[in-house]
Design a protein around this ligand. Structure first.
Ligand code: ADP
Length: 156
């Protein structure tokens, strides 16, 4: 198991619907470590970079409008195998197809206003953490639950 960092964006729909605490709580309860967290206002340039795979899609303008419609909360999480574990908790893109128990499955009915972004691979996770956090905004600290969140062999 590898120590990994991954990026979460808690999107405007989650803030407007008072779901911020619920979402942060789900990641905390899983055992993930919050190593960075802040509220920011997204703008065109960073959205074009972050969603570069969608810039030519017909829905890109509405995606940008949505993502700029209020501040968002960005979080960097760390944990063993954190990238795939977080994607499972978040669920697939379309809330109406996501399994119950996942954040999108429980809290979203939409393919666009789907509550959270989560990095989808190790290649994108490192880039995304660096896109939204300066190194001095990321914290390396020991968490006292570490030896109960993971088994002895896994902790190395
Ligand atoms: P994910 O967020 O699950 O990694 P994508 O990278 O494919 O999914 O899409 C990024 C975001 O773009 C989605 O989370 C969603 O908010 C939005 N999006 C994706 N597809 C559509 C669509 N067909 N119409 C509107 N918005 C979309």
């Amino acid at each position: 198991m590898n120590e990994e960092r991954t990026l979460i964006i808690i999107k405007p729909d989650a803030l407007q619907r008072n779901l911020l605490g619920e979402i942060v709580g789900r990641f905390e309860q899983k055992g993930l470590k919050i190593i960075g967290m802040k509220m920011i206002q997204l703008e065109d340039a960073i959205l074009a970079e972050h969603y570069s795979h969608h810039v030519d899609k017909p829905f890109f303008a509405s995606l940008k409008n949505f993502m700029k419609s209020s501040p968002v909360v960005v979080m960097a999480l760390s944990g063993l195998n954190a990238i795939s574990a977080v994607r499972l908790i978040v669920g697939p893109t379309k809330g109406y197809e996501a399994d119950a128990g996942s954040i999108r499955g429980d809290l979203s009915l939409s393919g666009q206003t789907n509550i959270v972004h989560a990095s989808d691979s190790s290649g994108s996770a490192e880039k995304e953490v660096a896109r939204f956090f300066k190194s001095e905004e990321l914290f390396d600290y020991k968490k006292i639950d570490f030896e109960f969140v993971y088994g002895e062999e896994e902790r190395g």
